[in-house]
Design a protein around this ligand. Sequence first.
Ligand code: DX5
Ligand code: ZN
Length: 210
Amino acid sequence: MQKVIPAILTNDAKKLQEQLQVLKDQSYWVHIDIMDGKFVPAVSINLAELRDANQLFNLEIHLMVKKPEKYLESCNTIGAKRVYFHLEGAKDPKAVLLAMEQYQFERGIAINPETTVEQLTPYVKNVDAVLLLSIVPGAQGNTFIPEVAEKILEIKGLNEKLLVGMDGGVGEGNIQDIFTKGADYIVAGSAVWKAKDPIVSLRELQEMIY
Ligand code: DX5
Ligand code: ZN
């Protein structure tokens, strides 16, 4: 499992292609942030823009949207490997999980910083992965909320086989602590893209874990 997954969050199709080109041959996985302007204020590129990206990467799709069930077919069309929907964005999370069963991708639930593991518990049985948001979602560069890391062990306590990722505000200053607390991987946006050389920064983050 790749332990640092770079995130692309943009509403600009050209920037998406540029960032994919930068990451080409440098990362197996890419995390794509999809936003609908309703679940979070910002809007992102559409899933259709990812057309052939699955030829180059394993695509992890993070749906920050309301009515996530409407996006599943498109996730399948673009060949996504793992899809997260937000517990807070779904009216009926069990129905979304059921709808996901017809597809090959891994099924994941993401939770906002204020959502508790207790609220997630009824749904984890049929889930492959949990994504813990450690910032207020909707943008890159938001402030890390350290208390979120305490949820990692709680989730592993429910089922040690669940993959647990942390998304938001992770960089050199906190990455080691997050892995010490048991995360399987982290997602990095600004720590990669704000660096002078994104690939060097990605490697440095990866090296800090071992
Ligand atoms: C936030 C997104 C994150 C974001 C991470 O809404 O879900 O994936 O791209 O960016 P940083 O690492 O800058 O917080
Ligand atoms: Zn994300």
